[in-house]
Write a protein that binds this ligand. Structure first.
Ligand code: ZN
Length: 219
């Protein structure tokens, strides 16, 4: 699956998870860790395979074991202190009020803005990164699993199963990317990308009609 389709699948999965769990829908800064998570396995494995560190461009970071380690570490590192968790919602409201009060003070506003960006990314970071990462593994393997080709999907359990080298990894990943998007329409899963775009704009329009932009706070 190409990077754009990976991103689209991650977005749809995130919206679905937010809808089911009752969290606020993902917008703005929450999309940054989601986008990173949706590309992370390829960002790690493809260059390492090209440089000969890994035998295959779907191995180490495409393993569910690696995903578990990375995502659990991020959850652990970004976990707020207990007291912080208890009144996080309270503090978010206070920050909103403080932000409004400080709008006349340019310097204070700039400081508050930076703090809000950091907070906005930190809160959804573990959930967004995990969902993005999971979406990437689903995107790379669902078609193989659907047609019963379990052997080709064994990279999900790396290093339990040995994986043969692939000649395509001899080509630099950035060159492959350029080649891939020489014909974007043929490379992307258009129905997936179109679906994500429709959902994205529908959520923006709904928020606009309600007179507010939904904050990103999943996670
Ligand atoms: Zn991949």
């Amino acid at each position: 699956m190409d990077p754009v389709s990976h991103g689209a699948l991650a977005y749809l999965l995130y919206v679905g998870c937010a809808f089911i769990s009752g969290q606020r829908l993902p917008l703005g800064w929450a999309l940054v860790p989601l986008a990173i998570g949706s590309q992370l396995p390829d960002l790690i494995d493809k260059p390492l395979a090209y440089w000969g560190v890994l035998v295959y461009g779907r191995s180490l970071a495409h393993s569910v074991f690696t995903m578990t380690v990375i995502c659990a570490s991020v959850w652990r590192l970004t976990r707020p202190p207990r007291a912080d968790r208890a009144d996080r919602a309270d503090r978010a409201d206070r920050a909103d009020r403080a932000d409004r009060d400080n709008r006349t003070d340019q310097a204070a506003h700039a400081h508050t803005r930076v703090r809000r960006i950091v907070t906005a990314i930190r809160h959804p970071l573990p959930a967004a990164l995990t969902i993005g990462y999971l979406a990437h593994l689903i995107g790379d393997s669902w078609a193989l699993i659907a047609r019963g080709d379990w052997l080709s999907a064994r990279f999900l359990l790396y290093p339990v199963y040995r994986i043969p080298a692939s000649p395509s990894d001899d080509i630099a990943p950035w060159i492959r990317l350029l080649e891939l998007y020489r014909e974007p329409a043929a490379s992307m899963q258009l129905e997936l990308v179109a679906g994500a775009a429709i959902v994205f704009f529908a959520l923006r329009i709904r928020a606009y009609r309600r007179g507010r932009w939904p904050h990103q706070q999943a996670g």
